[in-house]
Ligand binder design. Structure first.
Ligand code: GLU
Length: 483
């Protein structure tokens, strides 16, 4: 049997990391077994529909690298893949159930249902008022043109059980199952009905979704059984939680939301996380490989993924861990790839192309996100009357007095130099030797004078290469004059 999975998002806005994890696990479940990954857009809930949200789904999937094999944009033999284009399919199935006595028409008015909701205790559903209408009553209502919904007729006794690959055997007493609506008064299916019809008619073998669907699954299974269809394999995923600190300083774990940080895929990308690092990190939110490995590319995830590695304990989204994963992906990049990502930030900082190789070497091990480049290289464009106290540094044995002396000696040496890394480094060492001081006594003030900030990627030679000879000397002379 060839595995077929589907990602079935509703176009309701942005793509939350929870949705993306579902998509990823659907994708990996299929791809690990050489199966087919289907994209289906569930847009029948018009109240939640957001204009443009379908495009966000396409863009996100593309950027994340989760390529589908069948879907609205590329077609496939089980189309259409947009629920609103399948509308005519659902009602005949519901009518089939009505004929078999497994579903019924409900003529209850909105007012009656609202009153029922208000007066009934929390958690009780529809009171099954129309379940046993006589054929004459039904005909009379139909003749009068009364609007109706079609409801599923749940068994009133016994229980329904199923097996979930993550949560194990699950049993619900049937008396807890609501006679849910399958077809609404406007003829549209509910999500609860459409997903069963779609999954069956699209040949879906494995359904991966959030654990909030665990309690609806018995209802779906009763539908599969009513039609005599094979029930798919279920893989429910644990919640994704976030960590925060309350007013008393205690750590609080709650469902991941905006207050923990960005939760949208695109937002994370805009904050400087790489799509492949986000995917890598999200893969680990609820799944663990057999060994302790943590860094994966998407093809490596496909290879390593195993449904048995999914855990049912809630996963906690840790932004520090995501940064670490991002950093590892950056470290593993070739210089060319690194440049591709860094280029916009270099341009903004005013980096000369001759320094690209040098910067790859300096920055690769030092940044967790490319956005950090802006701050690290801000000294190239910004230079002013910095605090002279920066020249004092105990460990380098640098004081205001020594700095002044060292700059005075360094200026003519630098003026005579070919501007290259080894030449600058050698010259500064030779100078220190001839003055009988530690290298740092020369290098510290030269770097501070050139950069005007305490922390720079690289030492004095690298900073001066980034600035160029003219600018470096101009700054060093100016700093000397200030001293
Ligand atoms: N459209 C549903 C959602 O976005 C899909 C749930 C499912 O995977 O069946 O939550």
């Amino acid at each position: 049997m060839k595995i077929r999975t589907r990602f079935a998002p509703s176009p309701t806005g942005f793509m939350h990391v929870g949705n993306l994890r579902t998509a990823l696990y659907e994708y990996l479940t299929a791809k690990h077994e050489g199966g087919t990954f289907v994209l289906r857009i569930e847009d029948t809930d018009r109240e939640r529909y957001v204009e443009g949200a379908t495009q966000v789904i396409y863009d996100t999937m593309k950027l994340a690298g989760l390529e589908h094999d069948e879907g609205p944009d590329i077609g496939g033999e089980f189309g259409p893949y947009v629920q609103s284009e399948r509308l005519s399919m659902y009602k005949p199935y519901a009518e089939q159930l009505v004929e078999q006595g497994k579903a019924y028409r409900c003529f209850c008015t909105k007012e009656r249902l609202e009153a029922l909701k208000e007066n009934a205790p929390e958690g009780t559903g529809y009171d099954r008022h129309c379940r046993d209408l006589s054929p004459e009553e039904i005909q009379k209502n139909l003749d009068a043109g009364m609007p109706y919904v079609i409801r599923q007729k749940m068994p009133l006794t016994g229980s329904t059980s199923y097996h979930d690959l993550v949560y194990g055997d699950i049993t619900f007493p049937n008396e807890d199952l609501d006679d849910q609506v399958l077809i609404k008064t406007d003829g549209f299916p509910t999500y609860n009905f459409a997903n069963v019809i779609d999954d069956h008619t699209m040949g879906i073998t494995h359904v991966v979704r959030g654990s909030e669907y665990l309690s609806s699954t018995p209802k779906y299974n009763l539908l599969y059984e009513a039609f005599g269809w094979e029930i798919p394999t279920y893989i429910h995923l644990p919640l994704i939680m976030g960590k925060s600190v309350d007013e008393e300083g205690n750590e609080v774990i709650s469902k991941l939301s905006k207050r923990h940080g960005s939760t949208g895929f695109m937002d994370l990308v805009n904050e400087g996380y790489l799509p492949e690092a986000i995917i890598n990190y999200i893969a680990l939110l609820g799944w663990a490989p057999k060994d302790t490995r943590e860094i994966f590319s998407l093809p490596e995830l496909i290879e390593a993924f195993d449904i048995n590695g999914i855990s049912k304990s809630p996963a906690v989204f840790d932004y520090d861990k995501l940064s670490w994963v991002n950093q590892e992906h950056i470290k593993a990049m070739s210089d060319e790839e690194f440049l591709e990502h860094a280029k916009p930030f270099y341009d903004e900082a005013g980096v000369d192309p001759s320094c690209y190789a040098l910067l790859a070497e300096l920055l690769k091990p030092r940044i967790a996100k490319f956005t950090e480049i802006t701050e690290k290289l801000s000294f190239i464009k910004e230079y002013g009357d910095f605090e002279l106290g920066l020249f004092e540094h105990k460990k380098s044995k640098s004081t205001l007095e020594s700095s002044k002396q060292m700059l005075e000696k360094a200026i003519p040496v630098l003026e005579d130099l070919d501007w290259d890394r080894d030449a600058i480094t050698e010259a500064m060492k030779t100078l220190a030797e001839s003055l009988e001081v530690k290298n740092s006594v020369v290098m510290w003030p030269v770097r501070i004078a050139a950069a005007g900030v305490a922390v720079t990627p690289g030492g004095c030679a690298e900073v001066m290469l980034l600035l160029g000879k003219e600018e470096s000397l101009k700054r060093i002379k100016y700093a000397y004059s200030r001293l």
